[in-house]
Write a protein that binds this ligand. Structure first.
Ligand code: MG
Length: 379
C-alpha cells in the first residue's frame, strides 16, 4: 500500500520505477532461486491518473470533449515492470475515481506466478461487475510483464503473422467543412479514413471528404440513425461513395432493425456499442456482419483474443478499435491486429502528451516490432 501511495505522488512513471527498485529487496535474484530460498518474488500493482490532451476538439453523435481521463498502471515482478492503461471517455461511465476504487481492491500478492494469467484475470474480473477499462489496465500490464519475462512480444506468443496487420484508419470528427478538409490533409499517410456520422449533415460530411480525397472511408454512426429504411437508403448511397463498412448504424437495442439492415445492406454492418465483452459475441451472430473489439470495453488482451477467435469461428468480420489512449494501450491492441480485417488504432495519434513509444503506423499499416510484451518503452 505504501508503494502505491508513493507511486500516486510521483509525477512521472520513470520516477516511480526508481522507487520500485528501491522497495524490492533482492530484485536482481531470479524467481527460481527465490523460490528455493523460500522468498518468492511478489507481484505488485501501482496506478496513477493522467489526463490526455486532444489535438482537436472531438465530436461524435452525442458529445464533444478536449481531454480524456486515463489511469496508468505498472505491475512489477522480480525487477521487471509491465505497463498498462485504462482509458475512460466519460460517456462510458468509468472515471479516475471509479478506477481508483477498483484498483485499490486488487491484491496481486496472493499470486506467486504472473504466468497464471487465466487465474489472475478471473480474480480481477470477480472483484466487481463492469469496470472494464480498469480491468484492462491490469490485464495489459500483466501481459506486458509476462512478455518481458519470456522476452517475446504477444503477437509472437499468439503465433500471429506480422505481415497480416491491416491498414489503420484515421478518424475525422464531425466539424465545419474547412476543419474537415484540414484534418483530411493531416491524415495524408493513412490509406483509410474513418468518419463519424449520425447527425443531420451526413451526406455533406462525405461530400466534403470526397472533395479532397478518394481514399476508402469507414463510417461510424454511434447509434445515431433511428429509422431502418432511411438507414438503408443512406447505406446504399454510402456504398456509391467508396465507403467500406458501417459501424453501429442504430441503437444497440434495435436488434431486429439492425438484423434487417445487415440482411439488406450492400456494406458490412459492424457492432460496436452492441458488443462489450466475451459474453456478447454470440448474440451478435446473424445480427451484424462483424464486431469491433476494444480492450477498454472487454477488459483487456485476454478477452479480446478470445472474442476475435469466437467471431472468426462464426464467420464474422473482426475490427480492432480503441478509445483515445496513449501508445501503451494502442500497442497492446496492435498485438492482436493480424487477426483483424480492419484496425482503427489511431487513439494515440489524436493526443499531444503521449508518454510512451510503441507501435508505429508505417505507410498507413500497423507495424509491429520485436520489442517484448506489448512493445512499448517510456519516452
Ligand atoms: Mg464506434
Amino acid at each position: 500500500m505504501s508503494n502505491r501511495r508513493e507511486f500516486l505522488k510521483i509525477g512521472g512513471l520513470g520516477a516511480g520505477s526508481v522507487i520500485l527498485s528501491a522497495s524490492v529487496s533482492g530484485a536482481n535474484m531470479n524467481p527460481i532461486s527465490k523460490r528455493k530460498s523460500g522468498k518468492p518474488a511478489t507481484i505488485k500493482l501501482r496506478f496513477k491518473p493522467y489526463d490526455l490532451q486532444l489535438k482537436h476538439v472531438f465530436t461524435i453523435a452525442n458529445n464533444s470533449r478536449t481531454t480524456t481521463p486515463v489511469m496508468l498502471t505498472e505491475i512489477e515482478y522480480d525487477g521487471l515492470i509491465g505497463y498498462g492503461e485504462a482509458s475512460m471517455p466519460p460517456y462510458l461511465g468509468e472515471s479516475q475515481k471509479t478506477a481508483t476504487e477498483f484498483l485499490t481492491k486488487v491484491d496481486l500478492s496472493q499470486f506467486s506466478d504472473p504466468f497464471l494469467l487465466e487465474d489472475i484475470i478471473a480474480y480481477i474480473d470477480s472483484l466487481a461487475i463492469g469496470n472494464y477499462a480498469a480491468k484492462a489496465a491490469v490485464d495489459i500490464a500483466l501481459h506486458d510483464l509476462v512478455g518481458k519475462m519470456i522476452k517475446q512480444p504477444w503477437h509472437k506468443i499468439w503465433g500471429l503473422n506480422t505481415e497480416k496487420t491491416p491498414n489503420t484508419s484515421f478518424t475525422i470528427g464531425i466539424d465545419t467543412p474547412e476543419v474537415v478538409k484540414e484534418k483530411v490533409k493531416e491524415a495524408d499517410i493513412y490509406k483509410i479514413l474513418k468518419v463519424k456520422l449520425g447527425r443531420d449533415n451526413d451526406k455533406e460530411m462525405i461530400k466534403t471528404i470526397r472533395s479532397v480525397t478518394n481514399k476508402p472511408i469507414c463510417v461510424d454512426v454511434n447509434q445515431g440513425w433511428t429509422d431502418k429504411k432511411m438507414a438503408l437508403d443512406m447505406i446504399h448511397w454510402l456504398a456509391t461513395q467508396g465507403v467500406v463498412f458501417v459501424e453501429q448504424p442504430m441503437s444497440k437495442l434495435a436488434v431486429d432493425d439492425i438484423a434487417w439492415l445487415t440482411q439488406n445492406s450492400p456494406l458490412p454492418i459492424i457492432a460496436d456499442e452492441a458488443v462489450q465483452t466475451v459474453h456478447d459475441v454470440l448474440s451478435t451472430n446473424k445480427v451484424y456482419s462483424g464486431i469491433n473489439i476494444k480492450l477498454m470495453k472487454c477488459g483487456g488482451m485476454r478477452n479480446a483474443f478470445k472474442m476475435a477467435n469466437m467471431a472468426k469461428m462464426m464467420g464474422m468480420k473482426v475490427m480492432i478499435g480503441c478509445m483515445t489512449e496513449t501508445s501503451c494501450a494502442i500497442s497492446a491492441a496492435a498485438q492482436l491486429s493480424p487477426l483483424a480485417d480492419w484496425a482503427d488504432l489511431d487513439g494515440n495519434l489524436l493526443i499531444s502528451n503521449d508518454l510512451y513509444d510503441g507501435v508505429k503506423v508505417v505507410d498507413g499499416k500497423v507495424t509491429l516490432s520485436d520489442l517484448p510484451g506489448i512493445g512499448v518503452r517510456l519516452k
